[in-house]
Design a protein around this ligand. Sequence first.
Ligand SMILES: Nc1nc2c(c(=O)[nH]1)N[C@H]1C(S)=C(S)[C@@H](COP(=O)(O)O)O[C@H]1N2
Ligand SMILES: [Mo]
Length: 328
Amino acid sequence: MLVKRAPDIKYSEITPKNLYLRRREFIAGSAALAAGALASGATASSRWPGGLARLFPPLAGDAPDKLSIAKRVNLAGDETTTPFEDAAGYTNFYEFSTSKYDPTRLARDLRTRPWAVTVDGLVKRPLTFEVDELSRMFPIEERIYRWRCVEAWSMVIPWDGFPLGDFIKKCEPAPGAKFVEFTTLYDPKQMPMQNDGVLRWPYVEGLRLDEAMHPLGLLAVGMYGEPLPPQNGAPLRLVVPWKYGFKSIKSIVKISFLDKLPKTAWSRENPEEYGFYANVNPNVSHPRWSQAKERRIGESGRRSTLMFNGYQDQVEKLYAGMNLRKKY
Ligand SMILES: Nc1nc2c(c(=O)[nH]1)N[C@H]1C(S)=C(S)[C@@H](COP(=O)(O)O)O[C@H]1N2
Ligand SMILES: [Mo]
């Protein structure tokens, strides 16, 4: 994300040249580390050549090291899946850093077990789930989705998780519930940037209840068939593929059902730039750049951004009658 009042972040940070230079360094670094792992007798994952899997294990507690995936669905057509090292090596996680490369290192020791997720607000009764109990409650699906950041870069990622709507049904929201609010862990000892004013912490996101019930919404516990790396929002994060990436909040500890619009972190910080709905829309520019095209990580050049990130047929009915050019 780019914030006007953060002088250290520039749009140039995400120019292709810079990215490619950094990416080469990153890959060179991983290859060296992986060679070390192999020399010491560790097995390399065939899926992540060079043993990258070993670089991003969930280190804390008893997180499962494999997911059992009941079903696989490709919702990105014939588009090529982004390599794992890019999806796990180029992240936005402002609780750790405003750089795309540092969360991989800085979030490494995030304690992700035990991890409780509380459900409160307008529900039949408040609930608390332990995260692994949650993953056992629902069959885990792998869904390959296009992923589009508001900063105009994109990826194609296989996420592993369960439909948000199935989880919401278990929560038994009260008739007055109209919105769902999600909150990230607040722990400045573990998340160094929470001592900094770049955002008002904790990170909060939200959806209208009917959007949250849409079958494309996912609560992810993994990606690429393995538990989520910390920098990608372990142990539980949201994935809403038709919206800009900032809606897909990481490391969730609380889910609240509300009768009014949640005060989300980015819309509170800068409502001119980041609206509540934040549906991917190539026809509406960000005040500081066009959203018509995107840079697919790993590709050169730019490709056209698709309305609702390519999920228009599935989701447009949610917004019937709304002016999609307006920032809500
Ligand atoms: N808690 C939290 N969630 C977050 C963010 C963040 O900084 N903190 N960044 C958002 C943004 S801008 C994007 S693009 C995605 C990035 O997800 P990824 O790093 O797994 O690709 O996470 C979103 N969720
Ligand atoms: Mo983003």
